[in-house]
Design a binder for this molecule. Sequence first.
Ligand SMILES: Nc1ncnc2c1ncn2[C@@H]1O[C@H](COP(=O)(O)OP(=O)(O)OP(=O)(O)O)[C@@H](O)[C@H]1O
Ligand SMILES: [Mg+2]
Length: 181
Amino acid sequence: MGEWKGFTLWMTGLSGAGKSTISDVVVAEFDKRGVPVEVLDGDVVRENLSKGLGFSKEDRDTNIRRIAFVADLLSKHGTPVITAAISPYREIRDEARELHGDRFIEVFIATSLEDCEARDVKGLYAKARSGEIPEFTGVSDPYEAPENAELNVETAGKTPEESAQQILDYLEEQGFIPSAN
Ligand SMILES: Nc1ncnc2c1ncn2[C@@H]1O[C@H](COP(=O)(O)OP(=O)(O)OP(=O)(O)O)[C@@H](O)[C@H]1O
Ligand SMILES: [Mg+2]
């Protein structure tokens, strides 16, 4: 155990990229080190903080701005935060970055559309392809990949633990969390 700093680990990536899965692994590692953490997962936020919002550009932007607002409040008072929402638009992610200053760590979960679609964890890609779900990110709605993320995390051919380790190594190196042991 040791000291930690407040920061926001901002995950972005397509549906099925692995944001929630990797977040779970990172949280378990934080627990082992006695580091507190709050998770703002897209699916959970849409059930409460953003209940009623849809998937138009305007509603997506509102959803992401709310997540950024809460993440900033928590992290500036010393609580590490992980956000795990698709956050498809570069401009709104950059807004979140500006709000946070040097407490912002953008993590691109860089799984290809082909791999996400092959996984189709929630069966949403099939519905998007058939037209049952309109405005689906990567299929019928934009996804703007980060160009200057602090981290690009690959998941193809890796376990969630291996992908999460890349993030933990970075956080340790930067002094945001204490190292394990
Ligand atoms: N290295 C890896 N890291 C994370 N997930 C992986 C990895 N390899 C395979 N997977 C699988 O990919 C899927 C990722 O699904 P997950 O729900 O985490 O995606 P998500 O990015 O949270 O999607 P959504 O935006 O729809 O919530 C899981 O079934 C997971 O087991
Ligand atoms: Mg998820």
